[in-house]
Structures are given as C-alpha cells and as structure tokens.
Design a binder for this molecule. Structure first.
Ligand SMILES: Nc1nc2c(ncn2[C@@H]2O[C@H](COP(=O)(O)OP(=O)(O)OP(=O)(O)O)[C@@H](O)[C@H]2O)c(=O)[nH]1
Ligand SMILES: [Mg+2]
Length: 149
C-alpha cells in the first residue's frame, strides 16, 4: 500500500466541492487515513511549494493557497500517488480530461482545485509538512476485499 498527499485548495473549498472530491476518492476505493481543514500559513505554503520558488507565478501561488482554508489528506491505496494524479488531471484545467477533477470543475491554471503529490518522494515530504504521526489512523475498510483481488 502506498500513501500520497492530497489537498483541496481554497477554490475547491469555496466552491463547495469538498464533498464531491472526497466522494470521488472514496468511490475509487482509496482509503483516507488522515484529514484536516485549516488555513495554511505563509511559512507552510513556501515549504510546500519550495520547488516553485523561482517561478514567476510563485507570489500569486502563495497568496492564493493561503487565502482561505484548505482540506489536507493522506490517501492510501495501491499506486495511490499515480492514481490521485490521474484523478486530478492536467495542471491546466483547460487541458485536463473530462472525468478528472480539474477537467470537470476548472477553467484557470491558477484555480485548479486540488493539489496531489507528483511522486512517492514528494508525497513523503508533503505528508511531513502537513501532518504528524499522531494524525494518522490505521484501519481497514470492510469493502477492501471487494476492491482488491
Ligand atoms: N499562474 C500560473 N500558475 C501556475 C502555472 N504553472 C503552475 N501553476 C500553479 O502552480 C501549481 C503548482 O504547479 P505544478 O506543481 O507544476 O503543477 P501540479 O503538480 O499539477 O499542481 P500541484 O498539484 O498544485 O502541485 C499549479 O497547481 C498551478 O496552480 C503557470 O504557468 N501560471
Ligand atoms: Mg506539483
């Protein structure tokens, strides 16, 4: 089982898409093992998006991600990292396939609703930024015998 990090960004929360996004994760058969809603601080935002520090859009990205609450999650399942990236869709919602979260709900690269870790290494780094070990619950879901062979 793999763990990934996912975030419903401020636009997803403000647009009332928390339930829709969580529902998609649940319906896929994935297991949410940690979840928290909070306003991201400037410091956490800069650490989370450290790889983009030199980009021209960095300032607006930090302003946006700290502008309103987010919902943070650790999602577990087989190939969870790539499955969640596929579910999110391309970075620019205009290029994202219909059926993906960004493809179904977005129109602007700066308002693309969700963040999902792009590799196992990124997932580990981001989980450590947003959660402590005490936030993680270990359990199995009864449906898993019907999700996995
Ligand atoms: N305004 C603007 N924002 C951008 C651009 N490229 C990326 N972003 C924003 O910066 C975020 C991080 O970029 P990436 O990490 O390259 O894309 P991503 O992995 O699909 O998106 P995240 O899951 O949010 O990390 C994106 O989600 C966008 O919101 C751009 O060219 N212009
Ligand atoms: Mg990224």
């Amino acid at each position: 089982m793999e763990q990934t990090y996912a975030m419903i960004k401020p636009d997803g929360v403000q647009r009332g898409l928390i339930g829709e996004i969580i529902s998609r994760i649940e319906r896929k058969g994935l297991r949410i093992v940690a979840m928290r809603m909070y306003r991201i601080t400037d410091d956490v935002a800069r650490r989370h998006y450290a790889e983009h520090t030199e980009k021209v859009f960095f300032g607006s990205l930090i302003d946006f991600i700290t502008s309103s609450p987010v919902v943070s999650m650790i999602v577990e399942g087989e190939n969870a990292v790539s499955v969640m990236r596929t579910m999110s869709g391309a970075t620019n919602p205009n290029d994202a396939a219909f059926g993906t979260i960004r493809g179904d709900f977005g129109l602007d690269v700066g308002r693309n609703i969700v963040h999902t870790a792009d590799s196992l290494e990124s997932a580990k780094r981001e989980i450590a930024i947003h959660f402590t070990d005490a936030d993680v619950v270990e359990y199995t879901k009864a449906e898993e015998a019907w999700v996995y062979e």
